[in-house]
Design a protein around this ligand. Structure first.
Ligand code: CTP
Length: 209
């Protein structure tokens, strides 16, 4: 599976989880900054940050940096022959090149392409929208710290933007967790007797490297 994985979110995690379930070993290709710029515009997180983040995902067996956005015939041959890849996986959303053609056309032609279900309600574009709702909070000039914090929180939930007639789709999370989804994501691992057990807490907003 390849992708940009900018501002890593649970839609990416769910895509990687499903891709891993399609086989025994998952190689994750990460598109470099210059290719992301060409295809979608500049990423928020640079290539090193995006690489470090996906390295941490439990379903990823190997990370491949510097992959092209388009699966060209030449790159496809390298994947199949040098890296012994059996098939290429992507979400069931269209993935178009700047000229409007399908980035996975070559893999589809040789029947080595598999789709997984894209997770609805989240995208990097949506997250950028939520952050744009926060811009005025960061430029808040109030010397009162608690007032600044209140404003930040209000903006991060997009409430003020909504009151002003802002776009609900970019300010409110559409995440609908089900108990089945939580089970799919959990490792099911339990500590063995005598194991040292560590606890780490945090907000983990915008999961990053
Ligand atoms: N993906 C997914 N569900 C999402 C977002 C992404 O299944 N909500 C999948 C894509 O279909 C792709 C992989 O995650 O197979 C990597 O996606 P990426 O290249 O990062 O780009 P986008 O699809 O544009 O994701 P986003 O809109 O979040 O940028």
């Amino acid at each position: 599976m390849d992708g940009c994985f900018d501002m890593f979110h649970y839609g990416h995690a769910n895509a990687i989880r499903q891709a891993r379930a399609c086989g025994d070993y998952l190689v994750l290709g990460v598109v470099p900054d210059e290719e992301v710029i060409m295809a979608k515009g500049p990423p928020v997180m640079n290539e090193d940050e995006r690489l470090c983040t996906v390295e941490a995902v439990r379903w990823v067996d190997e990370v491949m940096p510097g992959v092209p956005y388009e699966i060209t015939e030449e790159f496809m041959t390298e994947l199949f022959e040098k890296h012994k890849i059996d098939f290429i996986v992507h979400g069931d959303d269209p993935c178009l090149l700047p000229d409007g053609t399908d980035a996975y056309a070559a893999a589809k032609r040789v029947n080595r392409f598999v789709t997984i279900k894209r997770t609805e309600g989240v995208s990097s574009t949506d997250i950028v929208g939520r952050m744009l709702m926060c811009t005025r909070a960061s430029s808040c000039t109030s010397p009162n710290v608690s007032e600044q914090k209140t404003q930040l929180r209000t903006f991060s939930q997009g409430l003020e933007a909504l009151e002003e007639g802002g776009d609900e789709a970019t300010s409110v999370s559409h995440f609908l967790p089900t108990s089945r989804r939580f089970v799919q994501f959990s490792s099911g691992k339990k500590p063995a007797p005598g194991d040292k057990i560590v606890y780490l807490d945090g907000a983990f907003d915008m999961f990053h490297a």
